[in-house]
Design a protein around this ligand. Structure first.
Ligand SMILES: Cc1cc2nc3c(=O)[nH]c(=O)nc-3n(C[C@H](O)[C@H](O)[C@H](O)COP(=O)(O)OP(=O)(O)OC[C@H]3O[C@@H](n4cnc5c(N)ncnc54)[C@H](O)[C@@H]3O)c2cc1C
Length: 124
């Protein structure tokens, strides 16, 4: 797939070292990620790392990133207006979906919980 530039539109701090970024395609072409999908995210001149999609697929592309090294620090420091590049994407294998449904005030709600393997090498 062709790498595409994405502009940071929002940046929110979640924890001391963790930020959530919302990204919109510079060319306007939206992406519709699948559950468990991750993106290779490139910070200009620094490098590229795999980062999972952490938002609703119908909105902007959302990534939540923990600053642990050079690339993730650069991504976390990207202010609104900065451009990052979305490269190849793939989906984590072995995902399972568990659904919980309940009714509240006469309205049916369903929670889809997707779970998958973690990066065992790092034990996180
Ligand atoms: C499929 C996939 C999806 C991922 N999704 C996300 C995501 O949504 N958000 C996110 O923040 N990261 C995610 N990661 C992890 C992220 O790609 C790595 O943290 C990446 O190596 C960071 O690159 P870096 O150059 O900033 O740091 P590096 O130079 O690679 O690492 C710097 C130091 O931090 C250590 N380190 C690396 N990653 C972690 C970690 N997660 N926890 C603790 N220590 C670590 C390294 O061992 C090294 O000592 C994902 C990884 C994979 C494989």
């Amino acid at each position: 797939m062709v790498p595409l530039p994405f502009r940071v539109t929002k940046r929110r701090r979640e924890l001391a070292d963790t930020w959530t970024l919302e990204l919109e395609p510079v060319g306007g072409e939206r992406v519709l990620p699948a559950p468990g999908q991750f993106t290779m995210l490139y910070a200009f001149g620094i490098g590229e790392v795999p980062i999972s999609v952490s938002g609703d697929v119908s909105g902007p592309l959302v990534h939540t990133v923990r600053a642990v090294g050079a690339v993730s620090r650069a991504i976390c420091a990207s202010e609104p207006g900065a451009v990052l590049v979305r490269g190849a994407n793939a989906t984590v294998a072995g995902l399972q979906c568990t659904d919980w449904s309940w009714t509240e005030d006469g309205e049916k709600h369903t929670l889809h919980l997707w779970t998958g393997p973690i990066n065992a090498e790092r034990g996180k």
